[in-house]
Design a protein around this ligand. Structure first.
Ligand SMILES: [Zn+2]
Length: 122
């Protein structure tokens, strides 16, 4: 999908309660497919989301990691421990880890970004 077209649809669909007939429309289907399959659309939409939330994504190797770290935090910026939707944690020291959802606070520390392969630790 053309990014310009995607931006138009994003303005119409994003963050809104959409009626059933809109969700079932071809336009909406093409829009949600583009987020998942078109890298330019994904990158733009994710950057927009993080910007609107005031999340500083500039220091991350890629938007995937920035977005997953953003989603790992609650409204106060604290790590949401024990939440099965959280796939990665970042600590203040710049350490990254994958939470093991077994009821304890187990983490697997990782040294490379799972999405783009950049070395994470110093
Ligand atoms: Zn990355």
């Amino acid at each position: 999908m053309e990014l310009e077209r995607f931006k138009e649809l994003h303005a119409r669909f994003f963050g809104k309660e959409l009626p059933e007939e809109v969700l079932a429309s071809e336009e909406y289907e093409a829009y949600s497919e583009a987020i998942h399959e078109d890298e330019a659309c994904y990158t733009w939409a994710t950057a927009e989301k993080l910007k609107s939330k005031g999340f500083d994504y500039g220091n991350y190797c890629c938007l995937m990691l920035a977005d997953k770290v953003y989603e790992s935090l609650d409204e106060d910026g604290e790590i949401r421990y024990g939440n099965p939707e959280v796939v990665i944690n970042k600590w203040d020291e710049g350490l990254y880890g994958i939470p093991v959802h077994n009821g304890s606070a187990t983490m697997v520390v990782i040294n490379y970004c799972p999405w783009c392969g950049t070395r994470l630790s110093v």
